[in-house]
Ligand binder design. Sequence first.
Ligand SMILES: NC(=O)C1=CN([C@@H]2O[C@H](COP(=O)(O)OP(=O)(O)OC[C@H]3O[C@@H](n4cnc5c(N)ncnc54)[C@H](OP(=O)(O)O)[C@@H]3O)[C@@H](O)[C@H]2O)C=CC1
Ligand SMILES: [Cu+2]
Length: 479
Amino acid sequence: MAEFWRSRISQEEYRLISSSHSSDDMELTEQLVEAGQDHDDQDNEWGDRRVILVGSGDMTRALAPSLLRAHYRPVVATRKPNRARTWMSQEVEVCTLEEGLAQGDLVVVAIPAIHHHTLPKHLFTNKIIVDISNRYPGETQKVSLAEALQEMLPEAQVVKAFNTLSAYVLEREELYCGREVPVCGGTTFARARVMALVRDMGMVPVDKGGLKNARTLEEIPFQFFPEWKVAFIVTGIIFAFFWTIKFFRSQICYNLQKDGDWDWGVFEKLPLSNTQNALAFTGCLLLLLCYIPGMIAAYLQLWRGTKYSRFPGWLDTWLKSRKQLGLLSLLTGCTHGCLAIFLNINWHQAISWTQSIYITCGVLLAAVMTILGVTSLPSVSVKLTWREFSVVQRYLGWISVILLTSHLTFLSILGLMRPLSCYFLLSGPQIMVPVCFLTLMFKIPLVLPCIDSRLTKIRRGYERHNPTDSDNQMPKLIP
Ligand SMILES: NC(=O)C1=CN([C@@H]2O[C@H](COP(=O)(O)OP(=O)(O)OC[C@H]3O[C@@H](n4cnc5c(N)ncnc54)[C@H](OP(=O)(O)O)[C@@H]3O)[C@@H](O)[C@H]2O)C=CC1
Ligand SMILES: [Cu+2]
């Protein structure tokens, strides 16, 4: 294997290559290695560091500078070198397809997939082809674009990569550094080589296996907030629930229970007052929903006496949606705060002591939730140490639940005791205050030293039923 690539490919990838038993795979790997050595012999200074970029469009213009920054040598192979030279930097070599493809064996095909058939097939023999293409929105395909390209170029190794990034991102080092780049296809060697390239460019390659997975990679750019789906649905349902309650209590019940004509004036409150009210309780419940699954998980681990058994699927999904639920809680809570200022406060009237506590708790809650929201963003959380992150998320999280409980209790301290005014329909505070207190009640046992130390032991790997089981595959820490 060419020395340069041997040093770029990580030990884990090298182990994978060496342990690959497929004879086809090994044969193709040998051919590719030989091709790499040929190029090394041609020019020792650059050796395998040349990356041939086919096409001179947006992606080539974005990839070339990022390759230069990673100390690679981009060579642009284009149909129109004279035109391309005018927009490429001096350090980038620009040449014809024939000249470019003769210079190296790592080739990025950066032309739209509909033009793949125009590529001169004979020039791609024994090359590692990086296919970055994406289909256009609305286009359907039976086989992935990468598989179609592989079928067209059977004597090359097609590896799918970079299609999940945009030219805009690739132009900005601060945006692409640390990004995950899924890579699939080719022989293990070809894939490892592309992964090493991705890593040298400052990104994190993720091995997605064979080329049959290219279709999944080609779907990624069309995904629409996949991690937010659950949180959006839950928020919608909760908002609809509280909005309906408010509607029945303030508009329907009010009219049914009062004497005289139907008062249509109260319906004017629907867009502002009802929405503000529903947003407030949606924010409250979403905040609690961030902390309840962690508690359920803790009780489950205490009951099972181990952390090595899987949580049920619903709990797993719930745990994974906590960040999104928290950010949506911040959004709905702040919107409620802004609307409430317009609706409720009469600046010329003295406020009671319960109101002043309610307002102070509300403002503090907004501040604490903003810190929680900001620190949950990846760009901020990567800059925090593990201890800083866990202290902020854990302690400030529970402080926000305490502030929320006080905010709600002092908002409606008298209203809570009032008998049910709208048949059996509870008001927002009548629902939420007990839920807040219940959440805090279930949390208290978990912070008691005897239970907390037991949970800490379990989370460090201690198992109650089988503390010395040698069959256990999971690594254990000292209890
Ligand atoms: N733009 C983006 O943000 C992203 C693009 N991609 C993918 O990267 C690939 C390139 O995209 P992009 O750079 O935006 O495309 P552009 O349209 O900007 O450029 C494509 C290049 O392809 C070549 N080309 C155009 N028509 C033909 C043809 N008929 N025959 C042969 N070559 C042709 C041209 O290069 P020349 O004239 O020099 O030969 C042209 O500059 C596409 O497959 C796209 O799906 C993937 C992720 C993001
Ligand atoms: Cu409030």
